[in-house]
Design a binder for this molecule. Structure first.
Ligand code: G3H
Ligand code: 13P
Ligand code: NA
Ligand code: ZN
Length: 328
C-alpha cells in the first residue's frame, strides 16, 4: 500500500531502525527492491530523480511504482521525489501521485549552485505548505554534500555543487538545523557530513576526519524529534569493484560509506539512507560477468535477470543491517 513517508519514518524512530531509500529507474531495480522487501518483510522507500524521469518517462516511472504496489500489496511503500530543485517540480510530483517529495533548496534551481540560507528556507517552507495540504511529506536539505578532503561534490554528471565548497557548507551546523526545521516544518532533514554522490566519495577508507558521524550526534542532540537523512550513502562494495574490473571494467581505487558507520548514524536519528550507486555497481558487475562467461548469449533477459539477483542480495543486506527487516 502507498503510505506517506512521515508515517514510515515515525515508526522507524519509535522502533530505532533506518530505512534505505533506493533510487529506481527501471523494471529490474524495482523487482530487486520489492523482492528483497518481500523476503525480509521490510517497508520500502522508492525514490525517483529528475534523471530517472528523463530516462523512463514520467508515466512509465509512475506505473512501475504502482505495479510494485499492486504486486506486493502487503508491503508499505513511499513514493518519493529525490532532489526536487523547485517548488514547481515538487508540485508536479504530487500531481503524479507521489506520497513524498524532497525540496533540495541547498542548491539553486540548476542543482549546481550553492544557495543562500534564506532562499533555502523560502522554497522549502512554500513546498511544505503545498505538500502538507495534500497529505504529502517533505524532505529538506541543509548544507552541501561534498568531500571534506577536497571540498568537491563528486559525481560530475549527477546532482551536486559545481566548484569547490567551503567547510561551512560541508558540515551542517546544529544550530542552523534547529532554526531551519522550525522555520520550514519539514518532515525529514538531509544533512551534510562529508558524503557525496557517486562512486568516488573517499580516496581511502573514511575516518572521523572525512566522515563525521560525530556531527550526526550533535545535530540529533539538538533536534531529537527530526528524522535525519543521509545522502550519498552507498558503501561502494570492494567485491563488486573487483568483479567489474576483472571482467573488462576500469574503475580506480575508491571507497564509500561503510555499513557499520551508517548503523552508527541510525543509533543517532538517521531514519532514511539514500542508496543509488551500490545498485548501479552490482548491476554492472553482474552484466559484465555474465556476458564474459556466456559470450554466445544474446537474450537480454538472461543478463538482466543476473542484475536483479545481484541487486536483490544487496538490498537484503541493507534491510537486515539497518534493522528495517521485520517492520513491514
Ligand atoms: O542524487 C543522486 C542520485 O544518485 C540520482 O542520480 O540524477 O543520475 O538519477 P541521477
Ligand atoms: P549514492 O550515490 O551514494 O548511492 O547516493 C544516492 C543519493 O544520495 C540519492 O539521493
Ligand atoms: Na531524497
Ligand atoms: Zn542525494
Amino acid at each position: 500500500a502507498l503510505i506517506s513517508m512521515r508515517q514510515m519514518l515515525d515508526h522507524a524512530a519509535e522502533y530505532g531502525y533506518g530505512i534505505p531509500a533506493f533510487n529506481v529507474n527501471n523494471l529490474e531495480q524495482m523487482r530487486a527492491i520489492m523482492e528483497a522487501a518481500d523476503k525480509t518483510d521490510s517497508p520500502v522507500i522508492l525514490q525517483a530523480s529528475a534523471g530517472a524521469r528523463k530516462y523512463a518517462g514520467a508515466p512509465f516511472l509512475r506505473h512501475l511504482i504502482l505495479a510494485a504496489i499492486e504486486e506486493f500489496p502487503h508491503i508499505p511503500v513511499a513514493m518519493h521525489q529525490d532532489h526536487g530543485t523547485s517548488p514547481a517540480i515538487c508540485q508536479r510530483s504530487i500531481q503524479l501521485g507521489f506520497s513524498s517529495v524532497m525540496m533540495d533548496g541547498s542548491l539553486g534551481q540548476d542543482g549546481k549552485t550553492p544557495a543562500d540560507y534564506d532562499y533555502n528556507v523560502d522554497v522549502t517552507r512554500r513546498t511544505v505548505e503545498m505538500a502538507h495540504a495534500c497529505g504529502v511529506s517533505v524532505e529538506g536539505e541543509l548544507g552541501c554534500l561534498g568531500s571534506l578532503e577536497t571540498g568537491m561534490a563528486g559525481e560530475e554528471d549527477g546532482i551536486g555543487a559545481e566548484g569547490k565548497l567551503d567547510m561551512e557548507q560541508l558540515l551542517t551546523q546544529p544550530e542552523e538545523a534547529a532554526d531551519f526545521v522550525k522555520a520550514t516544518h519539514v518532515d525529514a532533514l538531509a544533512i551534510a557530513i562529508g558524503t557525496s554522490h557517486g562512486a568516488y566519495k573517499f580516496t581511502r577508507p573514511p575516518t572521523g576526519d572525512t566522515l563525521s558521524i560525530q556531527r550526526i550526534k550533535e545535530i540529533h542532540a539538538r533536534i531529537p524529534d527530526t528524522h535525519l537523512v543521509m545522502h550519498g550513502s552507498s558503501s561502494v562494495p570492494k567485491e563488486w569493484l573487483d568483479v567489474i574490473n576483472q571482467y573488462g571494467g576500469d574503475i580506480p581505487e575508491t571507497y564509500g560509506v561503510p555499513v557499520s558507520e551508517i548503523v552508527e548514524g541510525i543509533k543517532h536519528g538517521v531514519r532514511k539512507v539514500n542508496i543509488d550507486t551500490d545498485l548501479r555497481l552490482a548491476s554492472t558487475g553482474a552484466v559484465r560477468r555474465f556476458l564474459a562467461q556466456n559470450p554466445s548469449e544474446f537474450d537480454p533477459r538472461k543478463f538482466l535477470k543476473e542484475t536483479i539477483g545481484a541487486m536483490r542480495d544487496l538490498c537484503i543486506d541493507r534491510y537486515e543491517a539497518f534493522g528495517t527487516a521485520g517492520n513491514a
